[in-house]
Design a protein around this ligand. Structure first.
Ligand SMILES: C[S@@+](CC[C@H](N)C(=O)[O-])C[C@H]1O[C@@H](n2cnc3c(N)ncnc32)[C@H](O)[C@@H]1O
Length: 209
């Protein structure tokens, strides 16, 4: 059952990134200003290990490198998505094709900052959410940071033709549990390339030591 779901998820995202340019997808941003603000606010050192889960073809990687962050892992279920960024950034980033809801091959407690924009909200089953959370708790060290950005409750209930679950900051707090302290959150609206409005919540958490 789980493998089937993972295969269809992979096919879906592979076909999205093979049929549209990185600038055409609804979640495209020329610069990820809120993500960068939160990452800088965490005050991690420039060689801290950052894991961008469901990285897609994001321009966040370019901005992180420009700001001097040098130890970045971009992970996605879709090799086609990562291939877009890889063409630009090649060996400046570590590339991982993996399903974030299945056990990751990443060393325990090795991640200083976990970043997820518009990924968790696609996981609508208990098993996917638990798989995601198990990975997060395995790899993020005590004192490390977690940034999760999802559609907020007033937002759309679908994206890329897939159903999703909206969150607010309290729901994300409950999802992560008491081990994680909410440091900052922001409600904001993302404008899609076709002129649509997508209300988001962005959150920054710190894992207690
Ligand atoms: C809406 S896009 C967001 C991409 C990027 N974070 C951004 O903000 O531009 C969602 C991304 O999550 C990836 N994704 C979906 N399910 C995944 C899974 N189970 N494991 C890893 N990546 C996944 C998709 O391939 C896609 O690149």
């Amino acid at each position: 059952m789980v493998a089937k779901r993972s295969d269809s998820t992979k096919e879906h995202w592979q076909s999205v990134y093979s049929s549209k340019s990185a600038q055409e997808v609804g979640w495209f941003q020329a610069h990820h200003e809120v993500s960068m603000e939160f990452i800088n606010n965490s005050k991690i050192v420039k060689d801290a290990r950052i894991l961008d889960v469901g990285s897609g073809a994001t321009t966040l990687l370019d901005d992180l490198l420009k700001e001097g962050y040098s130890n970045i892992v971009a992970m996605d279920i879709s090799a086609s998505a990562l291939a877009v960024s890889k063409q630009r950034l090649a060996d400046l980033i570590v590339w991982e094709v993996a399903d974030i809801t299945h056990p990751l091959e990443i060393e325990e407690n090795s991640i200083d900052l976990w970043h997820d924009r518009a990924v968790l909200h696609f996981f609508t089953s208990k098993i996917e959410k638990q798989g995601y959370l198990d990975n997060l708790k395995m790899v993020v060290r005590g004192g490390g940071f977690v940034i999760i950005e999802t559609f907020s409750p007033e937002g759309a209930s679908q994206c890329s033709g897939l159903d999703l679950e909206q969150y607010d900051e309290e729901m994300l707090e409950q999802f992560l549990g008491l081990e994680f302290e909410l440091i900052q959150f922001k409600r904001h609206v993302h404008s899609t390339p076709s002129g649509g409005e997508r209300p988001y919540v962005s959150t920054l958490f710190k894992r207690r030591e």
